[in-house]
Write a protein of this length. Structure first.
Length: 320
């Protein structure tokens, strides 16, 4: 049983990050478990939340690995499907809980996240981490699952060649996942420092993309400039996959979608179990990460913009 009623956590309120040692401990409801966080990853979505995305206020963090303290899987290491559906609607009962209109999303929408010592997670959303998979790799299960969703969505017409735009964490993982399936991947990287994080030598790094040159383009940039480049690079009747959110795309000329008759595919979260299997198979080595305690959020936010680091992780067990 837990001995304290308060915990340390990062709180985001009106765009301001703060660390508190008096956050209320989660109280798992029926069918939920209490999870102690081992690592939690800071990603682009968390940074967008601080800019007003989803109007989020509370404890962010959705990429994590931890251990169950209270619940049916007590003692086991777990990751989580971050989308929590209502369980009763057509979407949920047909296995599409990620699109439930009443869903909450861990650390993003209506549910406290993993930038804390503990969080509460529905049992049905937990996935056990294989014994041979380290915490340092398991923490990437959520973005790997998001990358694998592209493979899931185009299972009947997998591309042979693709351009990935956006050399952030999601873009590089997406490129590596696609390359592991035999897809010829070119990755648009304008900052050469980011290229050091590409693990697969078969991925070709390019500094510019030819106009109308690619049958498949995946935009992982999360920026207006990246979206413009993706629209420009996709050839007529090609497929443009939108893998990240461009919050303010109002000034982007979308006419190429019509003029070139582009197919546009939105792609979000993906299969967590398949992601664990992919990681367990050794398709990725632990990337260059920097680890911070929760109390050093300022340093973590600065490091998130440093191209020398692949990932910023929080470890709630660390002390300042």
């Amino acid at each position: 049983m837990r001995k304290t009623k308060a915990m340390q956590a990062l709180v985001l309120n009106n765009g301001i990050w703060s660390c508190t040692t008096s956050a209320e401990m989660p109280r798992p409801g029926p069918g939920e478990s209490l999870v102690q966080v081992r690592y939690a990853g800071l990603c682009g979505t968390d940074l967008e939340l601080s800019s007003g995305y989803y109007g989020f206020s509370g404890i962010p963090g959705h990429e994590f690995v931890g251990r169950v303290l209270e619940g049916p899987r007590q003692g086991t290491r777990v990751v989580a499907d971050i989308n929590v559906g209502c369980g009763d609607c057509f979407r949920c009962t047909s296995g599409q809980h990620r699109h439930c209109q009443q869903r909450t999303v861990i650390g993003i929408k209506g549910r406290a996240g993993a930038f804390a010592q503990y969080l509460s997670v529905p049992d049905q959303n937990l996935l056990m981490v294989p014994d041979q998979l380290s915490d340092e790799l398991a923490v990437y299960a959520e973005p790997v699952a998001a990358a694998l969703e592209v493979i899931e969505q185009v299972a009947e017409a997998r591309p042979t060649e693709v351009l990935v735009i956006g050399a952030g964490r999601l873009g590089m993982i997406t490129g590596q996942v696609l390359a592991s399936f035999g897809v010829k991947v070119q990755m648009l990287i304008r900052n050469p420092l980011r290229a050091q994080h590409i693990q697969n030598p078969d991925i070709e790094i390019v500094s510019s993309a030819d106009k109308d040159a690619y049958p498949w383009v995946i935009d992982c940039s999360g920026s207006k400039d990246g979206l413009v480049a993706a629209l420009d690079a996709t050839q007529a009747q090609g497929l443009l996959v939108l893998k990240s959110t461009v919050v303010n795309a109002g000034e982007v000329d979308l006419s190429p979608i019509m003029v070139k008759e582009l197919n546009v595919l939105g792609s979000r979260c993906g299969p967590m179990a398949r992601a664990l299997n992919w990681l367990e198979a050794g398709a990725m080595e632990p990337p260059k990460a920097v680890v911070f305690p929760l109390g050093e959020v300022g340093g973590a936010l600065n490091a998130a913009t440093d191209p020398n680091y692949f990932k910023v992780l929080f470890n709630p067990d660390l002390e300042i």
